[in-house]
Design a protein around this ligand. Structure first.
Ligand code: TRP
Length: 339
């Protein structure tokens, strides 16, 4: 039996990021854009996953700044902390509690086969992988199950973790004959995975190929000027390739002037426009797109108290929701010892 005494009848979203630094264009088209679009339709829980940065174990002094950086970026892109709940994961310690219970039903092999985990682990030998690293997909499942979220808007690399969450929800519900946890759906962004400025398959801080939401206009223009383009094209008069060309992928993703983009493409394939012009127009489009974000960011940089207030209010609410869920979890397991 589950009773849901919540005042807000909207379905719920839980999603989040790890606090590893500033957010970039890949985050925007991969996820943030959906969050912004859906924030009124759903009751949203936006989580900063500071339990999940064990890769920062050697420089933990950066975590605090990164948490504030993420919250500032969120406010800058237009997430509204009045209608949704910004939360810091470790200040809702029920996440650790739920992870401990749920890990009873997650075989180690399931984590070892997780393709995202495998890729992130790279060449690390088993001996040097922190236990917390293996824990993180389970922690993520707890994040999602805690508010019983229905929808998880994320980038493509997160799909294995959502699948794991669905599996855990099914197992828990089956074992305890309950319908406590809905099976959450993933929602991918318009561009599930944005290429980096170097043409690498993924824009990422660690690959040093990102354009950040907080980059100023000159920085963006410089990065665009140095972008990887069609490597087979030596002169502006050579016919070029639009398909698979990062500069055009960005035009498609960020330049709202479709006519201009179509014209550039047509001239590119016939060798009647140079990379310089295509890149100049892209830099302009990107800077137009980023300008309002920069403006809002400047406001919050000048009012850091508002950033902290947003985090405090959302975290307090998340705590209440988590208490209720944990009570239901213990009821379902028959472990409400003292009740
Ligand atoms: N693992 C996600 C990432 O690396 C961040 C994350 C943590 C998350 N908890 C989550 C995403 C819950 C969606 C739902 O980006």
């Amino acid at each position: 039996m589950t009773t849901d005494s919540r005042p807000d009848a909207r379905k719920r979203i839980l999603t989040g990021v790890r606090p590893t630094g500033s957010l970039h264009l890949g985050h925007y088209v991969g996820a943030l854009e959906n969050w912004i679009r859906l924030q009124r339709e759903y009751e949203c829980f936006f989580l900063i996953a500071d339990f999940q940065v064990s890769d920062h174990a050697d420089d933990i002094s950066q975590v605090r700044g990164n948490v504030l950086e993420v919250a500032t970026d969120w406010l800058a892109v237009g997430l509204d902390p009045e209608g949704s709940h910004f939360q810091i994961e470790s200040l809702v310690p029920q996440h650790a509690e739920l992870t401990t219970w749920l890990s009873w039903w997650v075989p180690l092999g399931m984590l070892q086969r997780n393709p995202t985990l495998k890729a992130e682990m790279g060449n690390l030998e088993g001996d040097s992988v922190p236990v917390a690293f293996f824990n993180y997909p389970m922690m993520q499942a707890s994040n999602i199950l805690m508010p019983k979220a229905h929808l998880v808007p994320v980038g493509e690399d997160q799909l294995p973790h959502i699948e794991l969450t669905r599996e855990i929800a099914r197992r828990f519900n089956r074992i305890f004959k309950t319908d406590l946890f809905p099976e959450p759906e993933a929602l991918l962004g318009r561009v599930a995975r944005l290429v980096g400025v170097d043409g690498n398959a993924k824009m990422s801080k660690s690959l040093n190929n990102a354009i950040y939401l907080k980059d100023d206009a000159d920085t963006v223009t410089k990065k665009v000027r140095g972008m990887f383009t069609d490597p087979t094209r030596l002169r502006a008069t050579d016919p070029g390739h639009v398909e698979g060309n990062p500069v055009f992928m960005y035009h498609d993703a960020f330049n709202p002037n479709v006519e201009e983009v179509d014209d550039l493409k047509a001239r590119y394939v016939t060798g009647t426009v140079g990379d310089v012009e295509v890149k100049q127009k892209l830099a302009i489009a990107l800077n137009n797109f980023l300008d309002p974000i920069r403006e809002r960011r400047a406001y919050y940089e000048a009012h850091p108290r508002e950033v902290l207030d947003a985090l405090a209010a959302g975290t307090a609410h998340a705590n209440k929701v988590a208490d209720e869920t944990m009570r239901q979890v213990r009821d379902a397991m028959g472990l409400n010892y003292l009740a």
